[in-house]
Design a protein around this ligand. Structure first.
Ligand code: SF4
Ligand code: SF4
Length: 112
């Protein structure tokens, strides 16, 4: 199946994005707990989720603005790999969550 992304931004609101070691150590991305500095040992960083992209108070990715990714060209590998139309097993649970969210958006919209 073609990986058509309509850029609805739902996945950027629902999921925490893990950076690879290279991405984390590049210092290019805003991360959770960045105020405490980069952790040299990536396994340690990973175990306390310091290698995850910073989120806004509402839980969406800090780089999501007006439903668009403001760092699209350099978005992390995790974002590049995921598509909600994917048939890959590893994404099954995430896709289920997206579908649920789509249904609740639809219900909110039709109740207006
Ligand atoms: S991958 Fe799917 S959920 Fe994520 S922005 Fe694109 S269409 Fe929306
Ligand atoms: S970096 Fe961009 S594509 Fe990735 S979650 Fe944030 S807004 Fe979405």
């Amino acid at each position: 199946m073609k990986n058509d992304c309509t850029r609805c931004g739902i996945c950027c609101r629902l999921f925490v994005i893990n950076l690879t070691e290279k991405e984390y150590k590049s210092g290019k991305y805003k991360t959770q707990f960045e105020e405490f500095g980069l952790i040299d040992n990536f396994r340690k960083a990973n175990s306390c989720a310091a290698n995850t992209l910073k989120q806004k108070e509402n839980g969406s990715c800090v780089y999501l603005k007006d439903n668009k990714c403001t760092i699209y060209k350099i978005r992390p590998q995790a974002c590049r790999e995921f598509f909600c139309t994917s048939k890959e097993k590893r994404f099954k649970k995430m896709i289920r969550q997206i579908k649920k969210k789509q249904v609740s958006f639809y219900n909110e919209f039709t109740e207006l």
